[in-house]
Design a protein around this ligand. Sequence first.
Ligand code: HEC
Length: 155
Amino acid sequence: MSLHTIYLHTVHLLTKRTGFSLALLLSVNLLSVNLLSVNSIAGDLGPSLSFDVQPVFDTYCVQCHMLEVAQAGLVLENGEAYANLVGVKSTQSDLLRVSPDNTEASYLANKLLGTHVEAGGSGSGMPLTEMGHRPLKDQDLKVIIDWINQGGPDS
Ligand code: HEC
Protein backbone atom coordinates (compact mmCIF):
# COMPACT_ATOMS: atom_id res chain seq x y z
CA MET A 1 0.00 0.00 0.00
CA SER A 2 1.46 3.38 -1.00
CA LEU A 3 1.66 6.32 1.35
CA HIS A 4 -0.89 8.12 -0.75
CA THR A 5 -3.42 5.31 -0.45
CA ILE A 6 -2.95 5.16 3.32
CA TYR A 7 -3.57 8.92 3.50
CA LEU A 8 -6.75 8.65 1.42
CA HIS A 9 -7.99 5.80 3.60
CA THR A 10 -7.38 7.83 6.74
CA VAL A 11 -9.23 10.89 5.37
CA HIS A 12 -12.08 8.67 4.27
CA LEU A 13 -12.29 7.02 7.70
CA LEU A 14 -12.14 10.36 9.54
CA THR A 15 -14.90 11.86 7.40
CA LYS A 16 -17.06 8.85 8.02
CA ARG A 17 -16.42 8.99 11.78
CA THR A 18 -16.82 12.75 12.08
CA GLY A 19 -20.00 12.58 10.08
CA PHE A 20 -21.23 9.84 12.36
CA SER A 21 -20.39 11.68 15.58
CA LEU A 22 -21.92 14.92 14.29
CA ALA A 23 -25.12 13.07 13.54
CA LEU A 24 -24.97 11.49 16.99
CA LEU A 25 -24.42 14.87 18.69
CA LEU A 26 -27.28 16.34 16.76
CA SER A 27 -29.68 13.59 17.73
CA VAL A 28 -28.59 13.70 21.39
CA ASN A 29 -29.26 17.46 21.35
CA LEU A 30 -32.64 16.99 19.74
CA LEU A 31 -33.47 14.31 22.28
CA SER A 32 -32.64 16.54 25.28
CA VAL A 33 -34.62 19.44 23.80
CA ASN A 34 -37.54 17.05 23.36
CA LEU A 35 -37.22 15.74 26.91
CA LEU A 36 -37.14 19.30 28.28
CA SER A 37 -40.27 20.36 26.44
CA VAL A 38 -42.11 17.15 27.36
CA ASN A 39 -41.23 17.81 31.02
CA SER A 40 -42.50 21.36 31.02
CA ILE A 41 -45.66 20.48 29.10
CA ALA A 42 -46.49 17.58 31.39
CA GLY A 43 -45.59 19.71 34.43
CA ASP A 44 -43.41 16.88 35.76
CA LEU A 45 -41.15 19.37 37.47
CA GLY A 46 -43.97 20.71 39.69
CA PRO A 47 -43.86 23.78 41.91
CA SER A 48 -40.69 24.39 43.90
CA LEU A 49 -40.82 25.51 47.53
CA SER A 50 -38.36 28.37 47.12
CA PHE A 51 -39.38 29.62 43.66
CA ASP A 52 -43.15 29.09 43.68
CA VAL A 53 -44.51 28.50 47.20
CA GLN A 54 -42.33 30.88 49.24
CA PRO A 55 -43.36 33.99 47.22
CA VAL A 56 -47.01 33.17 48.10
CA PHE A 57 -46.10 32.91 51.80
CA ASP A 58 -44.13 36.17 51.53
CA THR A 59 -47.08 38.01 49.99
CA TYR A 60 -49.95 36.64 52.06
CA CYS A 61 -48.71 35.02 55.26
CA VAL A 62 -45.43 36.19 56.79
CA GLN A 63 -46.94 39.42 58.19
CA CYS A 64 -48.56 37.20 60.86
CA HIS A 65 -46.31 34.14 60.64
CA MET A 66 -42.82 35.59 61.17
CA LEU A 67 -40.25 34.63 63.80
CA GLU A 68 -41.11 37.45 66.23
CA VAL A 69 -44.89 37.01 66.05
CA ALA A 70 -45.57 33.49 64.89
CA GLN A 71 -49.35 33.05 65.15
CA ALA A 72 -50.16 29.47 66.21
CA GLY A 73 -46.39 28.93 66.48
CA LEU A 74 -46.09 28.76 62.69
CA VAL A 75 -43.17 30.54 60.97
CA LEU A 76 -43.49 30.84 57.19
CA GLU A 77 -40.46 33.03 56.53
CA ASN A 78 -37.96 32.17 53.80
CA GLY A 79 -35.72 29.34 55.03
CA GLU A 80 -38.07 28.44 57.93
CA ALA A 81 -41.22 27.25 56.16
CA TYR A 82 -40.13 23.66 55.40
CA ALA A 83 -39.06 22.88 58.98
CA ASN A 84 -42.34 24.42 60.25
CA LEU A 85 -44.60 22.53 57.89
CA VAL A 86 -43.58 19.17 56.52
CA GLY A 87 -44.21 16.32 58.97
CA VAL A 88 -44.86 18.82 61.79
CA LYS A 89 -47.97 18.45 63.97
CA SER A 90 -50.47 21.29 63.86
CA THR A 91 -51.21 23.13 67.13
CA GLN A 92 -54.97 23.18 66.40
CA SER A 93 -55.72 19.60 65.30
CA ASP A 94 -54.34 16.07 65.25
CA LEU A 95 -53.25 16.51 61.64
CA LEU A 96 -49.78 17.29 60.39
CA ARG A 97 -49.44 20.77 58.92
CA VAL A 98 -48.19 19.13 55.71
CA SER A 99 -48.57 15.41 55.15
CA PRO A 100 -46.63 14.73 51.92
CA ASP A 101 -48.82 13.65 48.95
CA ASN A 102 -52.03 14.03 50.97
CA THR A 103 -53.87 17.36 51.01
CA GLU A 104 -56.82 15.96 53.02
CA ALA A 105 -54.46 15.01 55.83
CA SER A 106 -52.57 18.32 55.61
CA TYR A 107 -53.91 20.91 58.05
CA LEU A 108 -52.34 23.71 55.98
CA ALA A 109 -54.48 22.74 52.96
CA ASN A 110 -57.60 22.50 55.15
CA LYS A 111 -56.98 25.99 56.59
CA LEU A 112 -56.59 27.38 53.07
CA LEU A 113 -59.67 25.56 51.72
CA GLY A 114 -61.82 26.43 54.75
CA THR A 115 -62.38 22.76 55.67
CA HIS A 116 -60.26 22.95 58.85
CA VAL A 117 -63.19 22.66 61.33
CA GLU A 118 -64.53 19.49 59.63
CA ALA A 119 -60.95 18.19 59.74
CA GLY A 120 -60.98 18.49 63.55
CA GLY A 121 -59.33 21.91 63.81
CA SER A 122 -60.38 25.37 64.96
CA GLY A 123 -60.02 29.09 64.28
CA SER A 124 -60.48 30.89 60.94
CA GLY A 125 -59.64 29.98 57.38
CA MET A 126 -56.30 31.33 56.11
CA PRO A 127 -55.10 33.82 55.25
CA LEU A 128 -56.92 35.69 57.97
CA THR A 129 -58.33 38.61 55.98
CA GLU A 130 -58.80 40.95 58.91
CA MET A 131 -57.11 44.35 58.89
CA GLY A 132 -56.82 44.57 55.12
CA HIS A 133 -54.89 41.30 54.61
CA ARG A 134 -55.57 39.94 51.13
CA PRO A 135 -57.29 36.62 50.33
CA LEU A 136 -55.34 34.07 48.22
CA LYS A 137 -55.85 34.02 44.45
CA ASP A 138 -56.91 30.66 42.95
CA GLN A 139 -53.56 30.24 41.17
CA ASP A 140 -51.65 30.81 44.44
CA LEU A 141 -53.79 28.26 46.25
CA LYS A 142 -53.12 25.80 43.40
CA VAL A 143 -49.35 26.27 43.75
CA ILE A 144 -49.49 25.21 47.42
CA ILE A 145 -51.90 22.31 46.79
CA ASP A 146 -49.74 21.04 43.87
CA TRP A 147 -46.61 21.32 46.00
CA ILE A 148 -48.21 19.15 48.76
CA ASN A 149 -49.46 16.62 46.18
CA GLN A 150 -45.97 16.40 44.80
CA GLY A 151 -44.69 15.33 48.22
CA GLY A 152 -43.88 18.74 49.76
CA PRO A 153 -40.20 18.65 48.74
CA ASP A 154 -37.59 21.05 50.17
CA SER A 155 -36.90 22.24 46.63
C1 HEC B 1 -53.69 38.68 59.69
C2 HEC B 1 -52.84 37.62 60.26
C3 HEC B 1 -52.69 36.32 59.53
C4 HEC B 1 -52.39 36.11 58.21
C5 HEC B 1 -52.18 37.15 57.10
C6 HEC B 1 -52.24 34.67 58.04
N1 HEC B 1 -52.46 34.03 59.24
FE1 HEC B 1 -52.39 32.04 59.59
N2 HEC B 1 -52.94 32.30 61.51
C7 HEC B 1 -53.21 33.53 62.09
C8 HEC B 1 -53.74 33.35 63.44
C9 HEC B 1 -54.15 34.48 64.42
C10 HEC B 1 -53.80 31.94 63.64
C11 HEC B 1 -54.33 31.21 64.88
C12 HEC B 1 -55.86 31.44 65.02
C13 HEC B 1 -56.68 30.87 63.87
O1 HEC B 1 -56.34 29.81 63.36
O2 HEC B 1 -57.69 31.46 63.50
C14 HEC B 1 -53.27 31.32 62.42
C15 HEC B 1 -53.12 29.96 62.24
C16 HEC B 1 -52.64 29.36 61.09
C17 HEC B 1 -52.45 27.93 60.91
C18 HEC B 1 -52.64 26.84 61.93
C19 HEC B 1 -51.31 26.37 62.46
C20 HEC B 1 -51.39 25.15 63.33
O3 HEC B 1 -50.32 24.72 63.81
O4 HEC B 1 -52.47 24.61 63.56
C21 HEC B 1 -52.01 27.74 59.62
C22 HEC B 1 -51.67 26.43 58.96
C23 HEC B 1 -51.90 29.04 59.01
N3 HEC B 1 -52.29 30.01 59.91
C24 HEC B 1 -51.47 29.26 57.73
C25 HEC B 1 -51.46 30.51 57.12
C26 HEC B 1 -51.08 30.71 55.74
C27 HEC B 1 -50.59 29.62 54.80
C28 HEC B 1 -51.24 32.05 55.48
C29 HEC B 1 -51.03 32.76 54.17
C30 HEC B 1 -51.70 32.19 53.00
C31 HEC B 1 -51.68 32.68 56.71
N4 HEC B 1 -51.82 31.72 57.68
C32 HEC B 1 -51.92 34.05 56.84
C33 HEC B 1 -53.01 34.77 61.50
C34 HEC B 1 -52.74 35.00 60.17
